[in-house]
Design a binder for this molecule. Sequence first.
Ligand code: XMP
Length: 333
Amino acid sequence: MSGNVRPETMQRITTKALADAFIAEQVKEIRAQVGDKKVLLALSGGVDSSVVAALLIKAIGKQLTCVHVNHGLMRKGESEDVVKVFGQELDANLIYIDATDRFLDLLAGVSDPERKRKIIGAEFIKVFDEEAAKLDGISFLAQGTIYPDILESIKAKESGKPVKSHHNVGGLPDDMAMELVEPVKLLYKDEVRVVGEALGLPHAMVYRQPFPGPGLGVRCLGAITRDRLNALREADAILREEFDKCGLAGKVWQYFIAIPDIKSVGVKNECRYEGWPAIIRAVNTRDAMTATIEEIPYAVLHKIVTRITSEVEGINRVLYDLTPKGPGTIEWE
Ligand code: XMP
């Protein structure tokens, strides 16, 4: 896709027919741009990189190599889904790197949120770079840039203010001498989703709620430990499952669990039991600058509390954060 400005005449992609036409046009453009050369893509499992991967697989098949770095901070089942959908069902050239130990070792004892973000971002680039260096003859780098990213960087340049540090997490090094392939860079998020469904990607992948680059790393509050991270992953999976069942999943913009580094006293099997509290966050927003709290029906809350406290090792309380943004932020750190 050439040019960084969306033409005023460009129709909003709202239907399968419009998505199919966009896909056909992009397949032609990608083939013309890439020829018989090779393309590399960092596949996070997020909507944008997944749709770009599916488009490129359709256009150039095995000329694309996808690298999925599992930083050990993914939600339950997400890396497995990437392997299943892209490695098996779409038969992509997929390199799967389980870098969990590298990330968790580096993060051990680090409690400052910004330092945690920087460590995760820098290590992600390092791991990706190492993999890229092992590959021969890559000429192109594909990216899931979408139109709001372009608008945001134009705004940032105009105002002289850099984009917030958290938006750079997972960014790629400037010195990679590769040409970019950015087939969805003129699309808005809702259009990317329509294209993803038309490409046959699973609904859950295409409608995945926003997930920060540092993943569960900024929800396992303070210094991350493996046991608390595992408890967080399991509790978060229960919350997502219950939101799926009651229909809140399609309605709430972002919902997740955060676990602070504190323990309180509880009882289990008639014995004193010290455990962490799991904090539920469920917010609605248009642009993530402000956010309101979703009203979760009491019966659903009750089910979530019962399941988390009985099924997840180490958690003995569940709290529901009712603070809008502002004064709170969406994430806890
Ligand atoms: P806050 O907590 O600032 O979050 O109200 C606003 C939105 O940004 C997401 N977020 C991040 N996304 N890397 C990301 O890619 C980050 O470090 C990061 N921190 C927050 C957050 O999930 C919410 O959608």
